[in-house]
Write a new protein. Sequence first.
Length: 381
Amino acid sequence: MYHIVIIGTGIAGYTLAREFRRLNTEKSVLLITSDDGANYSKPTLSNALGQNKTPEQLIMSDATTMAETLQSEIRTHATVERIDTEARKVWLQDNDTIEYENLVLAVGAAPIRIPINGDGASNVLSINNLADYRIFREKLDSAQTIALSGPGLIGCEFANDLLNADKQVHIIGPDQYALSSLLPEVVGTELQEKLQEAGVQWHLQTTIAKIDKQAQGYQVSLNNGKQLRVDLVLSAVGLRPDIQLAKQAGLEVNRGIVANTQLQTSANNVYALGDCVEVNGQNLLYIMPLMNGAKALAKTLIGEPTAVKYPTMPVSVKTPLYPLTILPPSRDAQGNWQVEKTENSLIARFESDNGKLLGFVLAQDAAKKRMAYIKEVSEQN
């Protein structure tokens, strides 16, 4: 029986194993992954082109090296079929069973796939891991014009990166402006304009209706009647926490795998970490929340129950053409955006009616004020 079984070797799984080993070098740890277990930073996938890095250059270490470093066992290319939380057993696809004292689901999130008509719809690419990115880079070698569905954070990052590779980019989405779920309109519009000046063609307030294969490339038909001839279609419409395994195991799920502040799910000795977890009704699909979660959970797993505490965690958007640092206000926050703009910087403050700072956006040179704004939000909350 393993002291800890971690399903997933993404940033969440490997970070937890690393944090646990800092506290305990004796207890047994097993990590299970359906891929090759390569250790890489997923956020680098959206700007690797601009850094002239190949998919293989993004790998920091392979599974064998990670197993040695973490003094742990790693089973690669292994698919978990089901979990019995009463018996504390995990079944793999070859009917191999694994017993655990503590189980951690670090299964991440999966790309949202929107139904599209046409015989080319099945060829739409989504990039959620290194294997996806390898396919993307192979296809990109013979592609010049790319249709990118999704004008959100990841879509804009990929668009900026594709521009660096001298590709022609069409961004398509139902939003009124870029990053509309995170930014006030004045900032989103300015980001949109910067990318447009560099060559991005925007098709907003519409979606893809149909994708048809052509002798070369695809014809993309939009719901507003426009048609685009492109070589490649990339979807970046967002991620959805992977709850399938948890649901099959009878765990409580909502948008994500429901867990308390100690990251324990509805079953004893079963925890969730990273993009798949929902704590206090929130899915925080960023790196810093999982880093903080891993540190807290590692302590819990050595017998020191520790609640995760999330500090003020702004997000840096990798769009060099218009760099942004964002701290989005919570979904239920009541207030208004106040925007101050100069020639080389823009500051947007989301303030409550009594002037309390609940969120902010720092654009261009204003990013230098990041720490001051983090401090202000922390002190007021």
